[in-house]
Design a protein around this ligand. Structure first.
Ligand code: ADP
Ligand code: MG
Length: 616
């Protein structure tokens, strides 16, 4: 009998004609019997890297996986493809578990998914020792590290389990998120032997990223879709209800839209999916249930109607655009309510229900941190691609040139003054009121509530008279995100001053708001270095002194603060506002926050002195 090749397996079981970048090297190493670590973005196809060799190896492959839902999906997909697979976790009843183990002993399964907590239980160990285990796969391997997002203590048991097997199987570890620190942990804590390590870049240069905050999302969606009628794209909504509403509205507008969510019959889902795949429907409106295992290469835009719960989900879903390598666009329509909606969905998800209370608490905290990071994406004024890649532990240039922030679709408006008034007002109100009341007070509202409580007699009353309500709310939101204000949890959140409030009140911090340019024209945000006149040497020296002081005070090397080239550009361009400073190459949002004020003050002083000199 001929032994099939890896390509035959790929075709026969998975129906694909070729490997994706990174897959083949990992598969070859495993087939040679070498341990591997595969770091690949979500959706890149890590499963195939171990499933293909598993089918080519003699014995059983055990896959350690952290989540019941993941195991179920993976096994369902395998069985669909004619692979004998099963999972062993706490979602099975005692009887089901026993039966599955019996089947496993009888050699019925080729690939078995197992929760890490099971490995060292006497029953499972006894089984594993009695069969030939050819490979142990550790999926979501970052769970072994305390530095990662999803530390799972029982992942630390995996090497002990491997040691207890009569013959050491080849061990492979896969993850999508591995900072260097986590990567080191994976190598050492899992006790891998001379592993072949393959890291695939997460970057998808052909994708354009943009976040919009429309007042009316549906209207904005029409605006986006109208010029893209000829193209094929996905609109993701957070809920089934959202899918229904949006899909109906698009239909009424004459778009060839179809829908997909878990509430539809299998039959309808199948049909709608095919309509989309074969371009009979050009827009697919769907929940995140849509997309698994779908590989339509000519999707040229993905629009998120709601912000997803984390960047992993966002990047995976947005990443369904531009599979063919053609330029494609990813838009996110953000509103503050998306954050509460994501929180609500997280609180009601099945994820983690098999964990003990402590682990559940940890999971909840991680979810919250990830949600924060996702929200940060919607608010950042620096390069969106860098933000994403940085999140996934990859170094990236601070300017990609293919996202809204790099293309200058937005401009920064300095709202430090207004932010200060609001923060002062929040201090006066002593944590008793929420954003709505704070907004009313600073705008000098004569509403009954304000007058009844006598808030019109507060010194902050009417300080921002004439400013739009939306604008004030947006500033408050930014202040919360940046730690100048703090918002309580619960149904009626109240505001108080945050840890960073003193910084703002002392004039050491600035606050910028991102506003869409009215002209809508994309203009490069950064000044190109060659366009700048040579910096004034005297100012340059003074900026160097500022840098030296900061460096000594914070005990960091000078170049960590700003490079000489950046100081030179500052001396040439002489920015006097935070927004102008941001236009200087080498100044990003984070550095502006940390160091900007010190340099701006020096430049302002210098400009003043010069003016006085020329008057005299
Ligand atoms: P990951 O675990 O890296 O997030 P998966 O293993 O779940 O990703 O794979 C994501 C999708 O990519 C799956 O639908 C899978 O079938 C598909 N896929 C994987 N490898 C290939 C390939 N070589 N050709 C086409 N599609 C692939
Ligand atoms: Mg995976």
């Amino acid at each position: 009998m001929n032994v099939p090749t890896k390509l035959q397996v790929l075709e026969q079981y998975f129906g694909y004609a070729s490997f994706r970048p990174g897959q083949e090297e990992l598969i070859d190493a495993l087939l040679r019997g070498q341990d591997v670590v595969g770091v690949m973005p979500t959706g890149a196809g890590k499963s195939l890297c171990y499933q293909v060799p598993a089918l080519l190896m003699e014995g059983v492959t055990l896959v350690v996986s952290p989540l019941i839902s993941l195991m179920k999906d993976q096994v369902a997909a395998l069985v669909q493809n004619g692979v004998r697979g099963a999972y062993l976790n706490s979602s099975l009843t005692w009887g089901q578990y026993q039966k599955a183990l019996r089947n496993a002993r009888a050699g019925l399964y080729k690939i078995i998914y197992v929760a890490p907590e099971r490995l060292l239980t006497p029953e499972f160990l006894d089984f594993a020792q009695s069969v030939e285990v050819s490979m142990v796969v550790i999926d979501e391997a970052h769970c072994v590290s305390q530095w990662g997002q999803d530390f799972r203590p029982s992942y630390l048991d995996i090497p002990d389990f491997v040691d207890k097997l009569p013959r050491r199987p080849v061990v492979s570890a896969f993850t999508a998120t591995a900072t260097p620190r986590v990567r080191r942990d994976i190598l050492s804590l899992l006790r891998l032997r001379h592993p072949f390590v393959n890291v695939t870049s997460f970057d998808r240069p052909n994708l354009y990223f943009e976040v919009r905050r429309p007042k009316d999302k549906l209207q904005e969606l029409f605006t986006l879709l109208e010029p893209r009628r000829e193209k094929s794209g996905i609109v993701y909504c957070a809920t089934r209800k959202g899918v229904e509403e949006v899909c109906t509205a698009l239909g009424e507008r004459g778009f060839a839209a179809t829908r997909y969510h878990a509430g539809l019959s299998d039959q309808e889902r199948q049909k709608n999916q095919e309509d989309f795949l074969y371009d009979r429907a050009t827009v697919m409106v769907a929940t995140n249930a849509f997309g698994m295992g779908i590989d339509k290469s000519n999707v040229s835009f993905v629009i998120h109607y709601n912000m997803p719960k984390d960047l992993e989900s966002y990047y995976q879903e947005a990443g369904r655009a531009g599979r063919d390598g053609q330029p494609a666009e990813c838009f996110l329509l953000y509103s503050g309510q998306d954050v509460s909606l994501a929180r609500f969905l997280l609180a009601h998800s099945e994820e983690g229900q098999d964990l003990d209370p402590r682990a559940q608490e940890q999971l909840a905290q991680q979810n919250e941190r990830r949600l924060q990071a996702m929200t940060g994406y919607c608010h950042t004024t620096s390069c969106l691609r860098e933000y994403i890649l940085h999140y996934f532990g990859e170094h990236a240039p601070t300017q990609c040139g293919n996202c809204q922030n790099c293309l200058g679709v937005f401009q920064q408006v300095d709202v430090t003054q207004q932010a200060r008034e609001i923060t002062v007002c929040v201090g006066h109100l002593r944590g008793r009121y929420g954003a709505a009341m704070v907004t009313d007070v600073v705008r000098g509202s004569k509403s009954e509530k304000v007058l009844r409580q006598g808030l019109d007699r507060f010194p902050s009353y009417g300080k921002l008279r004439g400013q739009k309500e939306d604008f004030v709310r947006e500033v408050i939101h930014t202040l919360v995100l940046q730690g100048f204000l703090e918002q309580s949890a619960g149904e009626y959140p109240t505001l108080r001053q945050g840890d960073r409030a003193p910084e703002l009140l002392r004039g050491e911090a600035c606050v910028l708001l991102q506003v869409r340019r009215e002209d809508g024209d994309a203009v490069p945000k950064k000044k190109a270095p060659q366009d700048l006149p040579k910096g004034d040497p005297q100012l340059y020296d003074r900026l160097r002194q500022v840098r030296a002081k900061l460096s000594a005070a914070q005990n960091v090397p000078v170049y960590v603060i700003f490079s000489n080239a950046t100081l030179d550009a500052m001396a040439a361009y002489r920015p006097t506002t935070p927004a102008q400073l941001l236009e200087v190459p080498g100044v990003g949002q984070a550095k502006l926050q940390k160091y900007g004020m010190a340099f701006l003050k020096e430049i302002q002083r210098w400009v003043r002195e010069r003016a006085e000199q020329s008057e005299a």
